[in-house]
Design a protein around this ligand. Sequence first.
Ligand code: AMP
Length: 395
Amino acid sequence: MKGPGSNILTINTGSSSIKFSLYKTDDHPVLKGEISRITNPPCQIDIVSAHGSTTLLRKELNIRGFREAAAFIVEWLEEGGYGESIGAVGYRIVHGGPRYREHCPVTEELTEYLKEITHLAPEHLPQGVEVMEVVGGRLPYTFDVACFDTAFHRDMLEESKVYAIPFEFYGEGIMRYGFHGLSYEYITEELGASGEPLDRVIIAHLGHGVSMAAIRDGRCVDTTMGFTPAAGLVMSTRCGDMDPGVILYLLKEKGFSPDGLNTLLNHHSGLLGVSGRSDDVRELLEREGEDERAALALKLFCHSARRFIGSLSATLGGLSTLVFTAGIGENSAEIRERIVEGLEFLGIGLHMERNRANRRVISKDDSPVRILVLKTDEECMMARHTKRIIHREGR
Ligand code: AMP
């Protein structure tokens, strides 16, 4: 490896936060941290040691924007004596566009291309590139790898990728890409490693962003997010699938600008939009008894998830394994129970006690479909990819 050390730093730039982790030899980071509220200061930084056992830093930060946040992380690592140990950096890049469909080393050409396609993911790509440039500039001897959220979906069925609009748009890259790929890859590897059936799997990534992927024999064949992460299921603040006629109506008759529509559909919709109160499932569950709109928002959320389980099961020709993951999927037994209610006809048999106890396997012993709750780990997946690419490139 080119850099001074052999540790791997992962940088996961989100829409308002940067998460980072430092890995030595195995899948467990020696430390991990997050700067949150970057777009809504004051920012907060939290850094914990291995397994979250010790808080290394926790405070408000007087910084502005992603560039300063990225610089702070590198300075903190250098001051703490970790700088020298870093030989490689894995960056999460939400969108690789039509050209970059596989995780790859960071090159100048890639960086320039990502700058050209920021319109494909305006909420994520601009800061993703900025952070890559700042960290790369401050750690010039590291080997850098870009890990794309879209990569896992590259081999989807063509009929899952193409939109039914004039075909020339497909050639221009207007197609379903799919997101949350690093989470899906991690879960798929976990299933493989533990000998679970991989033939017809649905993974339900239910977090702030919500999507599902259909996996046949380890390969993703279909997914719910599309050209952007706004498609598919009802989410915390995103609308999910909707009649395009509504968008035209809002543009033409209600005077929305493109930016106004972006805010409406990505930030003011979903659970938040319908409830008018909260984007957090926990708060809505607490309020649903006396708040009809909180109850309706939750019904809509579960209904949408149930519909997509049905639809992806049809794509797969049946179902052998259903996995729940991410914030809501890993923690809310109530929501899992509501989603699978009425899906017994698909062979889904939920074991109520196991579900409430948040066990790893929550299906009944005689359920034809295995139902699992697995913790996802996108940073670990980035570290694994980085290691593999280092090995492949003979570094
Ligand atoms: P993530 O994007 O995976 O970090 O998930 C964040 C989401 O998980 C938030 O929107 C929370 O509403 C949700 N969440 C976290 N813990 C719980 C819980 N115990 N019950 C319900 N939802 C939860």
